[in-house]
Design a protein around this ligand. Sequence first.
Ligand code: ZN
Length: 196
Amino acid sequence: MTYVSPQHSVSVDSYTHNGNLFDPTKQYVCIRVWLPEGAPMKFLAESWNEGKEPDIENRPPSEVVEAISDKLEKAWIDTSRDEKRRVIEWCRANAELLDRLWAEGLIRAEQRTIARSQKRIRKLLTDYLDTDDEPQALTCDHGIEFDEETALTMQPHAIRNRWPRLHGECAKGCGFNGTAYASAQHFVWGGDWSEK
Ligand SMILES: [Zn+2]
Protein backbone atom coordinates (compact mmCIF):
# COMPACT_ATOMS: atom_id res chain seq x y z
CA MET A 1 0.00 0.00 0.00
CA THR A 2 1.19 3.47 -0.76
CA TYR A 3 0.36 6.43 1.37
CA VAL A 4 -1.76 9.11 -0.27
CA SER A 5 -1.72 12.46 1.45
CA PRO A 6 -5.23 13.85 2.00
CA GLN A 7 -4.67 16.64 -0.47
CA HIS A 8 -2.02 16.39 -3.15
CA SER A 9 -0.38 19.71 -3.55
CA VAL A 10 -0.70 21.30 -6.95
CA SER A 11 2.53 22.03 -8.75
CA VAL A 12 3.90 22.64 -12.22
CA ASP A 13 7.13 20.99 -13.35
CA SER A 14 8.92 19.90 -16.49
CA TYR A 15 11.48 17.39 -17.68
CA THR A 16 13.37 16.71 -20.89
CA HIS A 17 13.07 13.39 -22.70
CA ASN A 18 13.71 11.90 -26.12
CA GLY A 19 10.43 10.38 -27.17
CA ASN A 20 11.13 9.88 -30.85
CA LEU A 21 12.00 6.29 -31.82
CA PHE A 22 13.19 7.32 -35.27
CA ASP A 23 15.39 10.16 -34.11
CA PRO A 24 16.81 9.51 -30.64
CA THR A 25 18.74 12.80 -30.69
CA LYS A 26 15.52 14.78 -30.79
CA GLN A 27 14.68 16.26 -27.39
CA TYR A 28 11.27 17.05 -26.00
CA VAL A 29 10.22 19.00 -22.94
CA CYS A 30 7.27 17.60 -21.05
CA ILE A 31 5.36 20.02 -18.84
CA ARG A 32 3.14 18.64 -16.12
CA VAL A 33 0.46 20.15 -13.94
CA TRP A 34 0.04 17.94 -10.87
CA LEU A 35 -3.60 17.85 -9.85
CA PRO A 36 -5.21 17.58 -6.42
CA GLU A 37 -7.31 14.80 -5.02
CA GLY A 38 -10.67 14.56 -6.78
CA ALA A 39 -9.22 15.37 -10.20
CA PRO A 40 -9.86 12.84 -13.00
CA MET A 41 -6.11 12.29 -13.45
CA LYS A 42 -2.99 12.61 -11.29
CA PHE A 43 -1.49 15.14 -13.70
CA LEU A 44 -2.05 16.79 -17.03
CA ALA A 45 0.97 16.70 -19.34
CA GLU A 46 2.01 17.75 -22.80
CA SER A 47 5.33 17.64 -24.65
CA TRP A 48 6.92 20.28 -26.84
CA ASN A 49 9.98 20.22 -29.08
CA GLU A 50 12.84 21.44 -26.94
CA GLY A 51 13.03 25.22 -27.13
CA LYS A 52 9.38 25.53 -28.22
CA GLU A 53 7.93 24.86 -24.79
CA PRO A 54 6.07 27.66 -23.00
CA ASP A 55 7.68 29.46 -20.08
CA ILE A 56 6.27 28.06 -16.83
CA GLU A 57 8.29 30.24 -14.45
CA ASN A 58 5.89 31.89 -11.98
CA ARG A 59 2.89 30.92 -14.08
CA PRO A 60 -0.11 29.56 -12.16
CA PRO A 61 -1.59 26.19 -13.16
CA SER A 62 -4.68 27.82 -14.70
CA GLU A 63 -2.42 29.47 -17.32
CA VAL A 64 -0.30 26.38 -17.94
CA VAL A 65 -3.50 24.35 -18.49
CA GLU A 66 -4.43 26.78 -21.30
CA ALA A 67 -0.99 26.39 -22.89
CA ILE A 68 -1.44 22.61 -22.76
CA SER A 69 -4.92 22.94 -24.28
CA ASP A 70 -3.56 25.07 -27.17
CA LYS A 71 -0.88 22.50 -27.88
CA LEU A 72 -3.34 19.62 -27.69
CA GLU A 73 -5.73 21.22 -30.17
CA LYS A 74 -2.84 21.85 -32.61
CA ALA A 75 -1.49 18.32 -32.38
CA TRP A 76 -1.89 16.31 -35.53
CA ILE A 77 -2.54 13.00 -33.83
CA ASP A 78 -3.15 12.55 -30.16
CA THR A 79 -4.73 9.28 -29.22
CA SER A 80 -5.60 10.53 -25.76
CA ARG A 81 -7.06 13.85 -26.92
CA ASP A 82 -10.60 13.16 -25.68
CA GLU A 83 -9.42 12.07 -22.27
CA LYS A 84 -7.14 15.13 -21.96
CA ARG A 85 -9.98 17.44 -23.02
CA ARG A 86 -12.05 16.02 -20.20
CA VAL A 87 -9.24 16.73 -17.71
CA ILE A 88 -8.78 20.25 -19.13
CA GLU A 89 -12.49 20.92 -18.64
CA TRP A 90 -12.16 19.78 -15.03
CA CYS A 91 -9.16 22.11 -14.58
CA ARG A 92 -11.06 25.07 -16.01
CA ALA A 93 -14.01 24.43 -13.70
CA ASN A 94 -11.57 24.26 -10.76
CA ALA A 95 -9.09 26.94 -11.89
CA GLU A 96 -9.41 28.98 -8.70
CA LEU A 97 -8.80 25.93 -6.51
CA LEU A 98 -5.77 24.88 -8.57
CA ASP A 99 -4.15 28.30 -8.35
CA ARG A 100 -4.83 28.54 -4.63
CA LEU A 101 -3.35 25.10 -3.86
CA TRP A 102 -0.37 25.92 -6.10
CA ALA A 103 0.25 29.18 -4.21
CA GLU A 104 -0.13 27.38 -0.87
CA GLY A 105 2.51 24.86 -1.91
CA LEU A 106 4.95 27.60 -2.89
CA ILE A 107 4.29 29.48 0.36
CA ARG A 108 4.99 26.30 2.35
CA ALA A 109 8.28 25.90 0.50
CA GLU A 110 9.27 29.51 1.23
CA GLN A 111 8.33 29.05 4.88
CA ARG A 112 10.57 26.01 5.07
CA THR A 113 13.39 28.15 3.67
CA ILE A 114 12.73 30.82 6.31
CA ALA A 115 12.63 28.20 9.06
CA ARG A 116 15.95 26.77 7.86
CA SER A 117 17.55 30.23 7.81
CA GLN A 118 16.14 31.03 11.24
CA LYS A 119 17.60 27.82 12.62
CA ARG A 120 21.01 28.63 11.12
CA ILE A 121 20.89 32.19 12.50
CA ARG A 122 20.00 30.87 15.97
CA LYS A 123 22.89 28.41 15.84
CA LEU A 124 25.35 31.09 14.73
CA LEU A 125 24.09 33.42 17.45
CA THR A 126 24.38 30.76 20.13
CA ASP A 127 27.79 29.60 18.95
CA TYR A 128 29.44 32.94 18.33
CA LEU A 129 27.47 35.94 19.60
CA ASP A 130 25.47 35.04 22.70
CA THR A 131 28.59 34.66 24.82
CA ASP A 132 28.83 38.24 26.10
CA ASP A 133 25.42 39.08 27.58
CA GLU A 134 25.48 42.56 29.06
CA PRO A 135 24.54 42.39 32.76
CA GLN A 136 22.69 45.74 32.71
CA ALA A 137 20.23 44.32 30.16
CA LEU A 138 18.73 42.40 33.06
CA THR A 139 17.98 45.50 35.10
CA CYS A 140 16.95 47.98 32.38
CA ASP A 141 15.82 47.37 28.81
CA HIS A 142 16.60 51.03 27.95
CA GLY A 143 13.22 51.12 26.18
CA ILE A 144 14.61 49.19 23.21
CA GLU A 145 12.15 46.90 21.50
CA PHE A 146 12.53 44.20 18.88
CA ASP A 147 10.08 41.68 17.42
CA GLU A 148 11.95 38.79 15.88
CA GLU A 149 8.93 37.18 14.19
CA THR A 150 7.95 40.39 12.41
CA ALA A 151 11.54 41.26 11.55
CA LEU A 152 12.00 37.94 9.77
CA THR A 153 10.56 39.24 6.52
CA MET A 154 11.94 42.78 6.72
CA GLN A 155 14.96 44.47 5.17
CA PRO A 156 17.72 45.64 7.52
CA HIS A 157 17.06 49.37 6.96
CA ALA A 158 13.35 48.86 7.78
CA ILE A 159 14.33 46.93 10.90
CA ARG A 160 16.63 49.79 12.00
CA ASN A 161 13.84 52.33 11.47
CA ARG A 162 11.17 50.34 13.27
CA TRP A 163 13.24 49.22 16.24
CA PRO A 164 16.01 51.75 16.78
CA ARG A 165 18.96 50.89 19.02
CA LEU A 166 19.96 53.03 21.93
CA HIS A 167 22.80 55.30 20.96
CA GLY A 168 23.57 57.67 23.80
CA GLU A 169 21.99 58.13 27.17
CA CYS A 170 19.15 55.84 28.32
CA ALA A 171 15.85 57.77 28.34
CA LYS A 172 14.66 55.65 31.26
CA GLY A 173 17.29 57.19 33.44
CA CYS A 174 19.21 54.08 34.42
CA GLY A 175 22.45 55.93 33.86
CA PHE A 176 23.58 53.85 30.90
CA ASN A 177 25.31 55.89 28.23
CA GLY A 178 26.42 54.05 25.11
CA THR A 179 25.19 51.77 22.35
CA ALA A 180 22.78 48.95 23.13
CA TYR A 181 20.47 46.57 21.29
CA ALA A 182 17.46 44.56 22.42
CA SER A 183 19.27 41.33 21.57
CA ALA A 184 22.00 39.87 19.41
CA GLN A 185 19.33 39.23 16.74
CA HIS A 186 18.39 42.89 16.84
CA PHE A 187 22.01 43.83 16.20
CA VAL A 188 22.63 41.26 13.41
CA TRP A 189 19.34 41.65 11.52
CA GLY A 190 19.60 45.41 11.57
CA GLY A 191 22.57 45.18 9.23
CA ASP A 192 24.84 48.20 9.11
CA TRP A 193 23.80 50.36 12.07
CA SER A 194 26.13 53.17 11.05
CA GLU A 195 23.86 53.79 8.06
CA LYS A 196 20.68 55.77 8.49
ZN1 ZN B 1 18.37 52.02 30.67
